[in-house]
Design a binder for this molecule. Structure first.
Ligand code: MG
Length: 357
């Protein structure tokens, strides 16, 4: 799939997009469903002899797929004008309802911009890799006690675990995890609790040393979250309740922090806006991810010196990660000291899947 800037005054950009099927190491279950493969979209923007790479992880929950994301990227690229304005470019051409496609385009533009000046994106932003927090590793919902214990043991190198809750017996699952590890535990109910359930759960969550609860109640239930926040000794973090920076002002009395994901907000540029807004509202910041390859994970890692918590394990869940980028060093995902995002293709992924999907 190729296209190019149409008008003479527009920069000459070739865009190529292709999809690749990702095999998950383990079937991953959360409160809403289970899966063992994902199909993500890779885009390559070529301009002036340089190539910027971007990735979209489209989510059906948000009515996106690879076809809609690829079409949105083509539409946006055709509208791009001044590549020097990369920090603010994507909002001017955004296709509404396609944040994953926006994220792919935005990270490709950051990759290109930093490659043009020959520095890594983290250096372009004036950041210090020494302040990157250690990432947590996420455990999906797991009913089988022995399998859950095995998953905890496999995650032994991580400084913190995020445990998906919202299953049949959350307390038993978390007690099982706690019985075999002393690391800080964060939990994510993925909207799976009612206010009454969440209130009841606070006692054992506190006893088990949980340091953070992510999205306990349905996304729209801000009033429920406000009530819960007033009595919870554990900080509440918004995930499904927050997408972009404009969502943040109405959340600051309902949550203690937000979980930013590039695929929700539309890329590193909007993520930086969100970090600024969250700080202005006194909120903590976690940087999370979907199931993403080392390409999108590395894009997030470049801005991670600015956040309090990282949950950037998406590429670690994939058996056939096509990219090499950020590396796990002492539990931190550290972006490369190479121009741009510093991500390289490990192997050429074969195009897969139904062209209509
Ligand atoms: Mg979450």
């Amino acid at each position: 799939m190729t296209g190019a800037g149409a008008a003479n005054e527009r920069p000459s950009i070739a865009v190529c997009s292709r999809r690749f099927e990702l095999q998950l190491k383990n079937t991953f279950r959360i409160a809403r469903g289970a899966s063992d493969t994902r199909t993500n979209l890779l885009i390559e923007l070529e301009h002036d002899g340089l190539v910027g790479l971007g990735e979209a992880a489209p989510l059906e929950r948000y009515r996106q797929d690879c076809a809609s994301a690829a079409a949105a990227v083509e539409t946006m690229v055709a509208e791009l004008e001044d590549l020097d304005a990369y920090r603010t470019l994507v909002p001017t051409v955004a296709v509404q309802g396609q944040p994953a496609a926006q994220a792919a385009l935005d990270m490709a533009l950051w990759d290109l911009a930093a490659k043009r000046v020959g520095v890594p994106v983290w250096r372009l932003l004036g950041l210090d890799r020494g302040t990157i927090p250690q990432t947590s590793f996420t455990l999906g919902l797991e009913d089988d006690r022995e399998v859950l214990i095995q998953r905890v043991r496999e995650a032994a190198g991580f400084a913190a675990l995020k445990v998906k809750l919202g299953g049949d017996d959350d307390r038993r699952a978390l007690e099982t995890v706690r019985s075999v590890t002393d690391v800080p535990l964060r939990v994510d109910a993925n909207e799976g609790w009612s206010l009454a359930e969440a209130e009841r759960n606070l006692e054992w969550l506190t006893d088990l040393g949980v340091e953070l609860i992510e999205q306990p109640l349905p996304a729209d239930d801000l009033e429920g979250h406000r009530q819960l926040k007033r009595i919870s000794p554990i900080p509440l973090y918004a995930d499904e309740s927050v997408g972009v920076a404009a969502d943040i002002p109405r959340l600051d009395d309902a949550f203690d922090g937000i979980n930013i994901k590039l695929m929700k907000c539309g890329g590193p540029g909007e993520a930086l806006n969100m970090i600024s807004s969250a700080r202005a509202h006194g909120l903590g910041v976690m940087l999370g991810c979907m199931v993403e390859t080392s390409l999108a994970i590395t894009a997030a890692a470049h801005i991670s010196p600015l956040v309090d918590f990282t949950d950037l394990d998406g590429s670690l869940l994939i058996a056939n990660d096509p990219f090499v980028g950020a590396e796990l060093v002492d539990g931190r995902l550290v972006p490369p000291d190479l121009p741009g995002l510093g991500v390289e293709l490990r192997e050429v992924p074969a195009p897969r899947g139904d062209p209509e999907n």
